[in-house]
Design a protein around this ligand. Structure first.
Ligand code: MN
Ligand code: MN
Length: 454
């Protein structure tokens, strides 16, 4: 350790073999991004990955034996991956990794379909924090499920296949937008105008009304066997119809929809599946983080406590003692310093792309409000772990103290009496339809999470 502290650039210090490893790892990450764009799809895709690695479904409350590899699918929207280790649970606790797999998007309303000026639209209600204008004039796909009264679940995925149509939200031409252009951005765009264009060909004859809407309903009925009323019990999400791509002549970056937070979920999964360890590992893919971790698929739900209890009881250990000795990395993205917007960042404490996975001791806003402020002792412990395994990481804070802030799931795990700190990949254009990360940082997250569970 030198007398002074300085961040390390992963690319600048990587040899040829390390650079090859970074590039190869991100090929897997891009496949993971394209295979699951929603929380449901990511859970389903992850189940395929863990089943291929020998993991079996867990029945809540069943006994867990040392060496078991299990997963618990919570309502198709969140996932708990359990690696039951051989180390003593009361002294070692459980290594807990948590990332979320929901991302900002446009959900369909429950009565979404209408026709205006010979065009058919679906009304949306945005989910998570978005800049509304970013969702205009880009190709959008529709993902999700329709639950019918008879209990059948119809899966929908339109707009990802090259042969599929996409959906679209219009914007006003610059020639006519003088009135809008002078408004503050927050007032210039209305959520009620985020309507997906979904049809234009009328059916029936001149005596009928809403003929374009009817045409769309006929197609939906033919393809999915659903009627307009079935939207009442549907969860359909519009997301960008864009695949993950390398960015830059040197391919240093990956751009994709929904890096937040699949860019932490993927390294969690690879660390959990690939690391040789005696520790018991619980890896969680959570839902609902973007709206406050509410509900029975979010991290405020007591399910994590129930699963930790099942593990402890199976080992003949006291659940309270196991929790007290458990440790957690709450893996969520942070803001990368953006030279285009330097005034939002405090340069000493910002996260910088290429400088490794970032640790936020605290998140929150104003006076650390709503934050889990991790202890110096826990961070000291982690510094030792990462040093030992040669992990390049950096400290970070979301932005300047007075400019805003944000929260993560960390506090909900810490509330279980578990040492927890936020750690994740720096993202540029976070919450935009197409976000950017450095491949070096994605691989650094994999190395950090692997060191943590070792
Ligand atoms: Mn996040
Ligand atoms: Mn987010």
């Amino acid at each position: 350790m030198g007398l002074t502290y300085k961040r390390t650039n992963v690319y600048a210090t990587a040899d040829k073999a390390e650079l090859d490893a970074i590039m190869a790892y991100n090929e897997g990450y891009k496949k993971f991004l394209d295979a699951g764009k929603t929380e449901r799809e990511t859970v389903a895709n992850t189940i395929k990955l863990v089943e291929a690695a020998g993991f079996k479904p867990y029945v809540l409350g069943a006994k867990i034996s040392k060496g078991d590899k299990l997963y618990y699918n919570n309502r198709g929207k969140s996932l708990f991956i359990i690696r039951a280790g051989t180390a003593d649970l009361e002294t070692n606790g459980v290594r807990v990794l948590v990332a979320h797999v929901d991302s900002p998007r446009l959900d369909l309303k429950q009565v979404p379909l209408f026709e205006k000026a010979s065009m058919a639209y679906l009304k949306t209600h945005y989910y998570g924090g978005i800049k509304k204008y970013q969702w205009l004039t880009i190709p959008l796909s529709l993902h999700g499920v329709v639950a019918k009264k008879d209990g059948t679940l119809v899966s929908v995925n339109v707009g990802e296949d090259e042969a599929d149509p996409v959906f679209y939200i219009t914007d006003l031409l610059p020639h006519l937008s003088q009135e809008i252009d002078v408004k503050p951005v927050k007032d210039a765009f209305s959520a009620e105008n985020l309507n997906l264009l979904v049809g234009g060909i009328p059916v029936g004859d001149a005596a009928d009304s809403d003929r374009v809407k009817r045409g769309v309903l006929e197609i939906l009925h033919k393809k999915y066997g659903i009627c307009e009323e079935d939207f009442l019990s549907a969860e359909l999400e519009a997301v960008p119809a864009l695949k993950a791509h390398d960015v830059g002549f040197d391919r240093a970056y990956v751009a994709s929809y929904g890096h937040d937070d699949r860019v932490c979920a993927y390294p969690e999964i690879t660390a959990t599946l690939q690391t040789e360890t005696e520790q018991t590992v619980l890896t969680v893919l959570a839902d609902k983080e973007e709206i406050g971790s509410e509900g029975n698929t979010g991290m405020q739900c007591i399910l994590i406590r129930d699963i930790l209890r099942s593990i402890a009881v199976s080992y003949g250990a006291d659940p309270a003692v196991v929790r007290a000795h458990s440790k957690c990395l709450s893996a969520d993205v942070t803001a990368g310093f953006d030279p285009a917007f330097p005034s939002a960042f405090e340069e000493l404490n910002a996260a910088y792309v290429h400088h490794g996975v970032a640790m936020d001791k605290f998140t929150g806003s104003r006076g650390k409000s709503g934050s889990n402020d991790a202890s110096a002792e826990y961070i000291g412990y982690l510094r030792g772990v990462f040093d030992k395994e040669g992990v390049i990481w950096q400290p970070s804070e979301l932005g300047k103290v007075d400019v805003g802030g944000g929260g993560t799931v960390a506090k909900f795990i810490a509330n279980q009496n578990i040492d927890t700190v936020d750690m994740g990949v720096p993202v540029l254009s976070m919450h935009a339809p197409y976000e950017l990360v450095s491949k070096a940082d994605v691989y650094s997250a994999h190395k950090a999470f692997s060191a943590f569970v070792k």
